[in-house]
Ligand binder design. Structure first.
Ligand code: ACO
Length: 430
């Protein structure tokens, strides 16, 4: 069977043959090169055929070896490893290393990696002055986006993006400093003094220390909550070519430095259609208010009054594997924090929806946002911090996507085409 596609242009009767490219899974990653279509012209002076794909719903913008998703089967793997196994047996820093380097670290590699990240968590004191400029009610995500961009001015060598060692230093700095900036933004917003990093704690233990330490001499994170945050971070480390990863690659393709590129990716994540959905799940559950009200609410969803937040996904047409892990994790967290009463409403909502033809026919299942907000709330994080909690671990994914893009010889500056629908040339009135 030839790996080609034959196209007949009915405008001219001409026939064209274009090659089909394959990824690891031929049934999942077959594509043709859009540029091959340029040969197909309706007339001599025709520019050639383009593909029209707003939102890139069916366009592969790159080849990637980082994350694999099969939305029909509910599969998510980083570098070939199923998300369930990574969430069960590894730490976030190990998974961040895997996402960035392609392999899980050996004992020595992990020790060096852990040491380097731990010893780059402190941010320049001038950053505090920068934070001071924000209004008292500034959203922590706005503060995070601007402050990460400002780091670019502290590390001007970061512009040397074609030097692997320089890139490596910035990757370590970014993964190390994101939690610090995030926690400082939160402390500023509630008028609390900043809590400095503690090198004796793990990545997530230290983040909890910077968020929640008050007057105690040393913060002692609860091991269950520390591990729960690690799992949440693992689940959010990467998700292939989503809106923010695409923003990272787009900005990076002009050879901008990684700090401003991460700031741009975080800005893309800030939108409610991407990183802000779990906040809306909480609002929905609060609005429902009681388990007995769930059937009425589901009927209104079916009548088209509104959508069930945290349900459905552009890619997953099966149970989002991350949601399954979070449902179990919620129970562990509640053992420590006490039960978040919203969980009963969520479980009942899921039960009714999964039995209902409306949801079954449309392949609507809980997504990662359905349970994450309930867990974060139980752990004491305010809703404004939810997108920030997403941005911290996703920084590893953004940087992996950025690095892969820079090392890919096929990649050029991102510059899509358009189908022009405006006026033809005309003359202004005398
Ligand atoms: N509740 C009720 N009905 C829904 C829902 C939902 N959450 N999601 C989709 N549908 C219905 C649509 O009304 C449509 O029905 P129809 O065929 O009768 O018109 C059908 O299912 C298909 O919906 P689309 O909008 O075409 O699906 P799409 O893949 O474009 O949308 C999306 C995916 C945006 C995630 C959608 O499911 C949604 O809005 N969900 C709620 C918001 C949410 O939870 N977002 C978080 C996503 S995860 C993340 O970003 C990290």
């Amino acid at each position: 069977m030839p790996d080609t596609l034959t196209i007949t242009d009915n405008r001219t009767g001409e026939t064209f043959e274009v090659d089909i490219l394959y990824g690891t899974y031929p049934t999942y990653g077959a594509a043709i090169k859009s540029l091959d279509l340029r040969e197909i012209k309706g007339s001599e002076d025709d520019f050639g055929l383009l593909t029209y794909d707003p939102g890139f719903t069916n366009t592969a913008s790159c080849k990637s070896a980082i994350t694999f998703i099969d939305g029909e089967k509910g599969i998510l793997r980083y570098r070939g490893y199923p998300i369930q196994e990574l969430a069960e047996g590894y730490s976030f820093l190990e998974v961040a290393y895997l996402v960035l380097h392609g392999e899980l670290p050996t004992g020595d590699e992990l020790e060096t990696w852990d040491h380097e990240i731990t010893h780059h968590t402190i941010i320049h004191e001038k950053i505090k002055k920068f934070l001071d400029g924000f209004r008292y009610d500034a959203h922590p995500m706005g503060m995070l986006v601007s402050t990460v961009a400002a780091l670019s001015t502290f590390y001007p060598e970061s512009r040397r993006i074609d030097e692997p060692e320089v890139r490596r230093s910035q990757i370590i700095r970014l993964i190390a400093k994101m939690p610090t900036i995030a926690a400082f933004a939160y402390r500023y917003s509630i008028g609390m003094p900043y809590s400095y990093p503690d090198n004796n704690l793990s990545y997530t233990g230290n983040f909890l220390n910077m968020m929640f330490k008050t007057t105690e001499l040393e913060y002692d994170p609860d091991p269950v909550l520390e591990r729960a945050l690690d799992v949440l971070f693992i689940l959010h480390a990467d998700h292939e070519q989503n809106c923010s990863a695409n923003a990272m690659r787009n900005i990076g393709s002009s050879h901008a430095d990684p700090y401003v590129s991460v700031a741009g990716a975080a800005a893309a994540l800030y939108g409610p259609l991407h990183g802000g959905a779990n906040e809306r799940v909480l609002k929905m559950l609060e609005e429902i208010g009681h388990v007995d009200e769930v059937p009425k609410y589901v009927e209104r969803v079916k009548d088209g009054d509104f959508r069930l937040m945290g349900f459905g996904h552009r890619v997953y047409k099966n149970y989002d594997p991350r949601a399954k892990i979070l449902r179990e994790l919620a129970e562990d967290v509640f053992e420590v924090t006490g039960k978040n009463p919203l969980i009963d409403i969520a479980v009942e909502l899921e039960r009714i929806a999964l039995e209902d033809d409306y949801f079954v026919e449309r392949n609507l299942y809980p997504n990662v946002d359905f349970y994450s907000g309930i867990i974060y709330q139980a752990m004491g994080f305010p809703t404004a911090m939810f997108p920030v909690l997403f941005a911290i671990p996703r920084t590893a994914g953004w940087l992996a996507q950025w690095q892969e893009m820079l090392e890919d010889e096929d990649q050029r500056i991102a510059r899509p085409r358009q189908v022009y629908v405006g006026e033809d040339e005309r003359t202004p009135r005398d």
